[in-house]
Design a protein around this ligand. Structure first.
Ligand code: DC
Length: 215
């Protein structure tokens, strides 16, 4: 059984999806981490971001493996490196690249296509697993999402302001929604859940009951 969780940045998808997967005894696939890993590889190689081919070629050659909670890029643990703000800033080049997307979609289907998985991203219910048994679209108000992001960044030792995080979030939302392939939008049969004012446990309880009804 596949459960897809899509939604904008900062809606709490990662923590919710990981916790839900653990409760259900399902595997968990963080697809944003894969786009970040391609961007990290591009940064390290110094690829020309204005051309799509070099990054697509790199994505075609690299190996990505999930091991426990780690992501390995060509065998190297890049779990922390892909969260750097330098990587976040260039990840759109990977996400906007149709060839990179098709390679990662193929990989996502190979990893999660058999067995029980919770997969998390932007296009999981619409493009990658249109037949998924349960599709969730997780949202929250812009203010709440930005506050969460600010807390995360501060915990990582970055100094920034709520206004800056809000402006950055607006830009990323626009990029996610305007993407020609794999744009962020709810699947027609997705259940929309707004997490404003809910605790992590409340959100996960709610999703777990949705999944169990579909199972
Ligand atoms: O969820 P995240 O912030 O780790 O995602 C990183 C970037 O990858 C973000 O800009 C959106 C993009 N992304 C995507 O285009 N498709 C996905 N399935 C997952 C993430």
């Amino acid at each position: 059984m596949i459960v897809t969780i899509d939604g904008p940045a900062g809606a709490g998808k990662s923590t919710v999806a990981r916790t839900l997967a653990r409760r259900l005894g399902f595997g968990f696939l963080d697809t944003g981490a894969m786009y970040r890993a391609v961007a990290l590889a591009g940064l390290r190689r110094g690829v020309d971001w204005d051309r799509q081919e070099p990054l697509a070629e790199l994505a075609g050659r690299m190996t990505l493996q999930f091991e426990d909670r780690k992501l390995l890029l060509d065998g190297e643990d890049v779990t922390e490196a892909i969260r750097d703000s330098e990587v976040t800033a260039v990840t759109r080049h990977a996400a906007d690249n149709p060839q990179v997307r098709s390679r990662l979609v193929e990989l996502q289907r190979r990893i999660a296509g058999r067995g029980n998985f919770v997969t998390e991203g932007r296009d999981q219910g619409t493009v990658v697993f249109p037949q998924a048994a349960c599709k969730i679209f997780l949202t929250a108000s812009a203010q709440q999402r930005a506050s969460r992001r600010l807390a995360d960044l501060q915990a990582q030792g970055e100094t920034t302001t709520l206004d800056r995080v809000l402006a950055d979030q607006q830009r990323r939302d626009r990029e996610d929604c305007d993407r020609a392939v794999g744009a962020l939008k709810p699947a027609e049969d997705a259940v929309e859940v707004n997490t404003d004012g809910m605790t992590l446990d409340q959100v996960v309880d709610h999703l777990e009951s949705l999944v169990r009804k579909r199972a």
